[in-house]
Design a protein around this ligand. Structure first.
Ligand code: UDX
Length: 459
């Protein structure tokens, strides 16, 4: 074992941005505590990355496809082949690293890839599952795994009380997926995160104790759970880790200069930042309602509309914004979200409630209006509204559309009304809790210390 490194963790993410980013940030925390890190994305994902992290080693494995999931005939075909080829190439990689000055002694894997546990066991390595969702969502998938809960479109049984949720569970509170064979396989994968989990040494959760005490305590009776978040780059928290230079990885090229320049000209807390993450596809009718809701709110807004979504904007919307005498709105294809959220001009985040976005808003103290679309987003929105009370969930009509009046009303509530004061206060409170958790001696920092010192003992 090397004198410079205490241990060596191989990090195995599922190849999507929302999963790689939190694992990369966690890796940097491990690295700051003396652990050597090798990140193993798939070769196909590596090709799509705009920039590579410079502070950690990267050794790709293969999912069996040159073009990644887009090349596979179905989702099932992809995960089946990934398991087969991924296990083989991961095995080869660990063997190759046996010759380095500090061989791998732990695999931190995304539980979307539960087969990694078998590889870890074959080599006698420590295994740690890294759940990128919060603990309430994980607990819901656990209940589905145990067969006591079914997700929509099946009717949800209203009798079940999930620890950490303030009321018995309803269809609108649980992860939701469209009804298609593709989605069924996705749900299967989410539920399968619990397969092999009884064999792992650690279950790491991208959240922090203060945020979800009740459910963490409940789950900790079943699994060796440790919360290690929020996993946002250290430069956005009070203390920057040594050598932490990256802002995180990005799949799309952010219009950084343009966004920051525009924000610099806006008054403090005056801007609604609007984004639906990297995957959500809105209906054209919803885009139109959103556009009018933003305009009618009379607030300044910075709206991320990915290029694949742009055709759904109302006709001439962008042109009219540019021609308007006041600089009310700015539409961009992708932005540096963390830099935007920490900007003093931001007063509210209208979000799809993806977990990364939610955790970023919590860590930077930005109150939210939530418009969840699918997967874990309804549950995250429920937590933001009912449990953490740092935002409002915009109500959909019977067609599943949030109308312009509701959007306007909710933005005003969060940004200016007396009724929204408690939300704005809570946003500040949660920001403190989030920062304290990863600060030296905080709940997540202590968990990471414990994880590292255990690895060191084993080494
Ligand atoms: C997906 C799921 O949809 C989400 O529900 C799940 O919790 C994680 O995986 P995504 O939809 O992309 O992720 O949402 P989210 O988790 O919020 O991640 C988006 C990431 O992209 C965030 O880290 C955000 O900072 C970043 N982003 C978003 C940008 O950097 N720029 C943008 O313009 C928009």
């Amino acid at each position: 074992m090397s004198t410079t490194h205490k241990a060596h963790c191989l990090i195995l993410p599922y190849p999507v941005q929302g999963h790689i980013n939190p694992m990369l940030q966690f890796s940097k925390r491990l690295q700051s505590k003396g652990v050597k890190i090798t990140i193993s994305p798939t070769k196909s994902f590596l090709k799509t990355m705009q920039e590579l992290p410079t502070s950690v080693s990267i050794e790709a494995i293969s999912d069996g496809y040159n073009g990644g999931i887009d090349q596979a005939e179905s989702f099932l075909a992809y995960i089946t082949r990934f398991k087969e080829v991924g296990s083989d190439t991961l095995t080869q990689l660990i063997k190759k690293l046996e010759n380095c000055e500090c061989p791998v002694n732990c695999i931190v894997y995304d539980p979307f890839l539960p087969w990694a546990v078998e590889v870890a066991k074959d080599f006698g390595l420590v295994s740690a599952a890294f759940f990128t969702q919060n603990c309430v969502v994980d607990n819901i998938y656990y209940h589905v795994h145990k067969g006591v809960l079914k997700l929509p479109p099946t009717q949800v049984d209203g009798e079940i009380l999930i620890p950490g949720l303030s009321s018995t569970i309803e269809s609108s509170d649980v992860p939701s997926f469209e009804s298609s064979p593709q989605s069924e396989k996705l749900v299967e994968m989410l539920v399968n995160q619990f397969s092999n989990l009884e064999k792992v040494d650690w279950v790491l959760i991208n959240s922090f104790y203060e945020l979800e005490k009740e459910v963490i305590d409940w789950m900790a009776k079943l699994y060796p759970i440790k919360t290690i978040g929020p996993t946002i780059p250290s430069m956005y928290l009070d203390k920057r880790l040594p050598n932490d230079k990256e802002y995180g990885l990005s799949l799309f090229k952010p219009m950084a200069k343009e966004c920051l320049n525009w924000l610099n000209h806006q008054p403090i807390s005056s801007v609604v930042y609007v984004s639906f993450g990297s995957m959500a596809k809105l209906e054209a009718e919803q885009m139109e309602e959103l556009a009018w809701g933003l305009k009618n709110s009379n607030k300044n807004f910075l709206w991320v509309v990915r290029s694949t979504e742009e055709s759904k904007l109302p006709k001439n919307f962008i042109e009219e914004l540019k021609l308007a005498s006041e600089n009310k709105g700015f539409v961009v294809s992708w932005c540096p979200q963390l830099q935007v959220l920490e900007h003093k001009s931001i007063g509210c985040f209208l979000t799809h409630s993806g977990w990364n976005s939610t955790l970023e808003a919590i860590s930077l103290g930005v109150p939210m209006v939530t418009m969840p679309q699918w997967s874990d987003q309804p549950t995250n929105a429920k937590l933001v509204h009912d449990v953490w009370e740092m935002g409002v969930r915009a109500k959909q009509d019977d067609k599943g559309i949030v109308r312009r009046e509701i959007i306007e009303e909710n933005i005003k509530l969060v940004m200016e009304e007396e009724k929204g004061k408690v939300i704005r206060e809570n946003a500040k409170k949660w920001k403190e809790f989030a920062r304290n958790a990863v600060d030296e001696g905080g709940s997540s920092d202590k968990n990471i210390e414990e994880f590292v010192s255990n690895l060191t003992t084993i080494s």
